[in-house]
Design a protein around this ligand. Structure first.
Ligand code: HEC
Ligand code: HEC
Ligand code: HEC
Ligand code: HEC
Ligand code: HEC
Length: 192
């Protein structure tokens, strides 16, 4: 099979998988268009990747995977005091907030040195750690609530002053955190 045909076939297979993970339909479509389409691999094999991606997506959304078997690849990272069931290190039923300290102070109890430098990011300076972090667990690294690549855009929808530069670097696939520290910095804009 020529390379072009092979690539076309791949595209069609992918499209087919996106619409429905029904390899028979996919095979019908492709074999109508091309001669010499190889016989199908087993359904499970063909759909495994697709399903795995779906499961990971679902688990990340729910933040609570259904069964161990479904999530062989999803690593849910837990906060040590939560994983060790030291709930009372943070929770106190007798307080109005239900927490040992108000929401904007609780994280500093065990992370007193998280702000180390002169320039401090707005939400960090007011103790709004929970805007970005989950206190218990997350499917993202560093207990982040959303994927790191989507995090900054949750709040930063305003137009950049350095707009064309940002457009260029983000189009090239760089992440905001490649250049900016999320917490603080010695330089303006917490540049690394
Ligand atoms: C590191 C501190 C910390 C630890 C340890 C911790 N929690 Fe929490 N928990 C919080 C904070 C902060 C909130 C409030 C979250 C918010 O308002 O966004 C919360 C919220 C909750 C809620 C309200 C619903 C929710 O999920 O937002 C429940 C229920 C809860 N925690 C149970 C527990 C249990 C059970 C444990 C122990 C296994 C535990 N927590 C350990 C900090 C903690
Ligand atoms: C009772 C103590 C305690 C409190 C309160 C606490 N933490 Fe932690 N946290 C820890 C410990 C212990 C670790 C693991 C060691 C470390 O990284 O310092 C940790 C680690 C982390 C990490 C790194 C996790 C990783 O996988 O890289 C994040 C993020 C974090 N904490 C956020 C928070 C936030 C947000 C709050 C407030 C809701 C908070 N912590 C409150 C004890 C605490
Ligand atoms: C604007 C979002 C944002 C806010 C607000 C925020 N963080 Fe983070 N935090 C991050 C990101 C992103 C990382 C991962 C850093 C990396 O991978 O470069 C991180 C990493 C961490 C870590 C683990 C690595 C380290 O730097 O020690 C801890 C602990 C932590 N944050 C605690 C906190 C605490 C405590 C607060 C509140 C005072 C807070 N964060 C507020 C985005 C945030
Ligand atoms: C929870 C909302 C929130 C998130 C998420 C967030 N920011 Fe911010 N950011 C703010 C606020 C509020 C300010 C202060 C606005 C101001 O000073 O005008 C700020 C200010 C900044 C500034 C300084 C702007 C200036 O003109 O001084 C930079 C740089 C920045 N953020 C980068 C980031 C990056 C990079 C991320 C992702 C890691 C991020 N922010 C995620 C809320 C957020
Ligand atoms: C290649 C490194 C790089 C990347 C990637 C990057 N920035 Fe910047 N950012 C900078 C530099 C350098 C400045 C300072 C520009 C200046 O001084 O005019 C800046 C300035 C800023 C400012 C303040 C001034 C302005 O232009 O509005 C904000 C807010 C900001 N960046 C947010 C972000 C966010 C959000 C992302 C991810 C979408 C991001 N940056 C990605 C390097 C970067």
């Amino acid at each position: 099979m020529s390379k072009v045909v092979h690539n076309l076939l791949k595209v069609i297979l992918c499209l087919g998988l996106l619409c429905s993970c029904n390899p028979v339909t996919v095979h019908k479509v492709t074999s109508t268009i091309f001669d010499g389409v190889p016989s199908l691999p087993p359904t499970e094999q063909l759909c495994e990747e697709y399903h795995e991606a779906k499961v990971i997506e679902e688990a990340a959304k729910a933040n609570a995977p259904a069964t161990a078997a479904q999530v062989k690849k999803v690593v849910v990272k837990g906060h040590p005091p939560y994983m060790e069931k030291r709930c009372n290190d943070c929770h106190d039923k007798s307080k109005d907030s239900g927490l040992i300290k108000p929401r904007d102070q609780i994280c500093f109890v065990c992370h007193p040195n998280i702000i180390k430098r002169y320039f401090v990011h707005g939400p960090v300076s007011v103790g709004a750690c929970l805007d970005c972090h989950d206190p218990h667990s997350s499917a993202q690294p560093a207990l982040l609530k959303v994927e790191k690549k989507d995090l900054c855009a949750v709040c930063h929808k305003e137009r950049r002053i350095a707009e064309s530069m940002h457009k260029k670097v983000t189009e090239s696939g760089m992440a905001c955190t490649d250049c900016h520290d999320p917490h603080d910095g010695d330089a303006k804009y917490f540049l690394r």
